[in-house]
Design a protein around this ligand. Structure first.
Ligand SMILES: Nc1nc2c(ncn2[C@@H]2O[C@H](COP(=O)(O)OP(=O)(O)OP(=O)(O)O)[C@@H](O)[C@H]2O)c(=O)[nH]1
Ligand SMILES: [Mg+2]
Length: 217
């Protein structure tokens, strides 16, 4: 009995979240804003990637920086002179559509072309929580180990683009980045996978083209 009740509550939460996510996407569509949700492992390079995109993409970008308690990432984005809304989740390990709804009210959507949302670093909790974004990018790095994809298949099923970052240190950590690419393809054969080194500026142009072409699809 206890288990059935749990399943029902979870089902209702997901239904309510999806309704709010659809509402968020409508607001973004009305303002011609293309929204990307960046999820991925802790420390894999989500903030670094968004910082590079801010500096190198055409179009104006606003950022929602999700974090558990700190304001570190929001502070990093502010240094690039873009509008930033910080979102603290407290004990929660992911953003949800309700939190994002509050953040988009604080963002001047009419002044931006792209809204980038950095989710809390985690490969498990964000899987089912649609935020209303048009595209989800999953960022992992070789330093999590080259079995990361096999261990966390669900997040890769939800991805529109997968980035395997820090290839500059693959040998040092004994990781095979090509194995990680193959593992993603087994889980989600249609998704594009790009290997990057944000430290050595490798793969960034490919990421920008992938976002731009997804936007025009
Ligand atoms: N060697 C190497 N280090 C990188 C690369 N990209 C990012 N880093 C470093 O990895 C660390 C974490 O990068 P962040 O961009 O803060 O990662 P994050 O995913 O935003 O981290 P959280 O928000 O804490 O989950 C920083 O010290 C970066 O300088 C890369 O391509 N190669
Ligand atoms: Mg970050």
């Amino acid at each position: 009995m206890h288990k059935i009740a749990e399943v029902e509550v979870q089902h209702n939460i997901m239904k309510a979240n999806k309704k709010l996510a659809d509402k968020n996407q409508n607001i973004m569509d009305e303002n011609n804003v293309f929204c990307v949700d960046f999820v991925g492992a802790i420390g894999s390079g989500k903030t670094s990637l968004i910082e590079e995109l801010i500096e190198n993409m055409n179009g104006s970008i606003g950022v929602i920086a999700g974090d558990v308690i700190s304001k570190f990432d929001a502070g990093r984005f502010e240094k690039h002179n873009v509008p930033v809304v910080g979102l603290n989740t407290g004990k929660e390990c992911h953003l949800d559509a309700h939190l994002v709804e509050h953040a988009i009210h604080d963002m001047a959507l009419e002044n931006i072309d792209y809204l980038f949302i950095e989710n809390v670093g985690n490969l498990i909790c964000p899987v089912d929580f649609d935020l209303g974004s048009h595209m989800r990018i999953v960022v992992i790095s070789v330093s999590e180990g080259d079995d990361t994809v096999e261990k966390h298949p669900l997040i890769f099923q939800s991805a529109d683009l997968v980035i395997i970052n820090k290839i500059d240190i693959a040998d040092a950590v004994g990781a095979d980045a090509d194995k990680m690419v193959n593992d993603v393809k087994i889980i989600n054969s249609n998704v594009k996978v790009i290997k990057t080194s944000l430290k050595q500026e490798k793969g960034l142009k490919e990421v920008i083209s992938a976002i731009e072409s997804f936007k025009t699809q």
